[in-house]
Write a new protein. Structure first.
Length: 129
């Protein structure tokens, strides 16, 4: 008689903790690399404090950011690190859905899917608030 190994809450929590830790560390490393690149590329430039310039249009979409990273643009590398930082808790919520499914805790699956839908709506709706 072989027993099916049951996944415990502690296993799920351990994996989620590792997911968050790795996501933050990878993000921080990418932002650090982008910061070093920025200093190398723009370190001698003088800032203009009287003129505010927002985010360039070439860094407002994921496709443009990835293109900028492949061309070693420092601001694009920093933006990629920030995108990974934003994606880390979203990945945690997504992993929670699968963890609750494995534990057969369907009430929490529904609650977590609602949370995921709210996060997706807030990220992709374009409604500022």
């Amino acid at each position: 008689m072989s027993e099916k190994r049951k996944i415990k809450d502690q296993d799920i929590e351990s994996i989620m903790g590792s997911l968050l830790r790795v996501g933050v560390l990878v993000s921080a490393g990418i932002v650090l690399i982008g910061g070093v690149l920025y200093i190398i590329q723009h370190g001698s430039a003088h800032p203009h404090y009287k003129t505010f310039r927002g985010e360039p249009s070439d860094l407002k979409g994921i496709k443009q950011i990835v293109t900028g990273v492949t061309e070693f643009h420092s601001r694009a590398v920093i933006q990629l690190g920030l995108l990974i930082l934003i994606a880390t808790p979203v990945a945690r919520v997504l992993f929670s859905v699968f963890g609750f499914l494995l534990e057969e805790d369907y009430l929490y699956v529904i609650i977590t899917l609602i949370v995921l839908a709210i996060i997706a709506f807030s990220l992709f709706s374009g409604i500022a608030g």
